[in-house]
Design a protein around this ligand. Structure first.
Ligand code: HEC
Length: 448
């Protein structure tokens, strides 16, 4: 039935075929059933001038796209959302601002496509929901570059911007949101604290590797297009001391983009002098390079000695690392982001509790990103009050399992080779640059 999908497009050109509509009266229609789904889940990006390559905000635009939309949604490619439930992983809490379609919404979209994408009646159109707000309310500061950088068409680059927020006393951060300017080229953004305050540069920006944070030592935010504002749980905040600088790393990916100007991407923050009841921090955990650091012996390691080494032309290579949780907890996890580079395809994060609480599984899967895409990295926030968040306690063991497909059929490897100008895969090790790999998480933790 999918073949009917192009009929509405033809009908736009050939009014005579209007009577040949294949829609049955019970089939879902654009105005009654589909437009509200698209408005809530797609149009934020798929609008003229948005980050997606084509709009989906009218019948003329969405009708001919019915079948590709079903394919993109069924395959999980759209909307971009990395944290999935799998046979191996059911996270303990739902995610805030979950962008995915419900099964019923997927069914409606696919029934609509099967029926030939009928338009329905605009006069009795269903009300459109307001998409979730992507802006931070009442920012205390809006940090923008004073001197802008213009990427070169076709060339990926990681640019770091260092800002002096001018803090003369300790401030407590409760909200952060990246505000992308040249949306067709800004692929993702990280924000961190340079606690020594040594990253100043003449222009305010400098090239920095995709694997490092350009001199910052504490990550406070990770953003990809469509990401909601980062808000610490009520009563918690992240401490920012006087004298620090803030570093923003922008990954420019001007692949197909042709018209863009100097980029003034920045970020908004909400902070105050009022100390919180509890501290919130982002902790980077992972990247163990030796057994002493927590790397487990695995695939292809010589005589059981743990080595982080991804052989060339090998799919499904696994590296696993374990981290004992130190004293000082419990640490309540409110947000998680996985992090690998281009060769990575799947990251799974579990915790084994030494003494499980009632209602707590002995081993909990915290997050899995089984279709890892470097270009869509972001963090995911649990939708639960602090008391109900998953916890890490002394004696627990956190395990990261990262899977890599170091083969030419991996789109990430294709992108990597296009960026480096190479044509064959090579051995990949743990490291800072984008042609090295990582196995890392950024965990937003509430301290006791
Ligand atoms: C966060 C932004 C964002 C949201 C939300 C989003 N898209 Fe996209 N979409 C994109 C971008 C960007 C592309 C271009 C391909 C890429 O970069 O991966 C794209 C590509 C597509 C494509 C082409 C797929 C392909 O294989 O090339 C389809 C179809 C699509 N989107 C449908 C949808 C639908 C349907 C929804 C809502 C259910 C949706 N998108 C939500 C950003 C988004």
């Amino acid at each position: 039935m999918r073949a009917f999908v192009f009929l509405p497009a033809l009908c736009l050109l050939l009014p005579a075929c209007e009577t040949a509509s294949p829609a049955s009266s019970s089939a879902p229609t654009y105005y009654q059933d589909v437009a509200p789904i698209l408005a809530a889940k797609c149009v934020g990006c798929h609008v003229s001038g948005g980050i997606a390559p084509f709009p989906l905000d009218s019948y003329v635009a969405a009708g001919p796209m019915a079948s590709p939309m079903v394919d993109a949604v069924t395959s999980g490619k759209m909307p971009p959302w990395g944290a999935e439930e799998t046979d191996e992983c059911t996270p303990p809490k739902a995610w805030k601002s979950d962008a995915r379609l419900t099964d019923a919404e997927k069914q409606r979209l696919s029934d609509w496509a099967d029926a030939g994408a009928p338009e329905g009646d605009a006069a009795t159109a269903a009300a459109l929901p307001t998409p979730p707000s992507l802006t931070l309310e009442n920012p205390t500061a809006q940090i923008r570059p004073t001197s802008t950088f213009t990427p070169t068409a076709g060339t990926d680059v990681f640019m770091c911007y260092s800002f002096d927020p001018g803090f003369t006393q300790t401030e407590y951060l409760t909200g952060l949101q990246v505000v992308a300017d040249e949306t067709s080229v800004v692929h993702h953004v990280l924000v961190g604290i340079d606690s020594r305050g040594t990253t100043a540069s003449d222009t305010g920006w400098y090239e920095c590797s995709g694997g490092s944070l350009g001199g910052a030592d504490q990550l406070i935010g990770a953003w990809a297009p469509g990401g909601s504002p980062l808000l610490t749980p009520d009563g918690t905040a992240t401490q920012m001391d006087p004298g620090i600088r803030l570093v923003m790393q922008v990954h420019y990916h001007p692949a197909g983009a042709t018209s863009f100007g100097p980029d003034a991407t920045g970020f908004d923050m909400v902070y105050s002098e009022t100390p919180p009841t509890q501290q919130a921090i982002v902790s980077l955990i992972g990247n163990a390079s030796t057994e002493a650091d927590g790397l487990l012996p695995g695939d292809g390691d010589p005589s059981g000695r743990a080595t982080f080494k991804i052989p060339k032309d090998t799919a499904g290579h696994v590296e696993t690392m374990e981290f004992p949780i130190p004293a000082g907890g419990p640490y309540s996890i409110f947000r998680l982001g996985t992090h690998m580079h281009y060769v990575g395809v799947d990251e799974l994060v579990t915790v084994k509790h030494k003494d499980p609480l009632p209602n707590e599984a002995e081993t909990e899967c915290l997050i899995q990103t089984p279709h890892w895409d470097f270009n869509w990295q972001r963090s995911y926030q649990y939708d639960a009050p602090i008391a109900d968040l998953p916890q890490l306690r002394e004696g627990d063991t956190l395990t990261l399992r990262c899977t890599y497909d170091n083969v030419l059929t991996n789109p990430g490897v294709q992108q990597l080779l296009a960026d480096t100008g190479e044509t064959a895969t090579h051995v990949v090790r743990l490291g800072e640059t984008t042609d090295d790999e990582m196995c890392l998480i950024g965990a937003g933790l509430v301290l006791p």
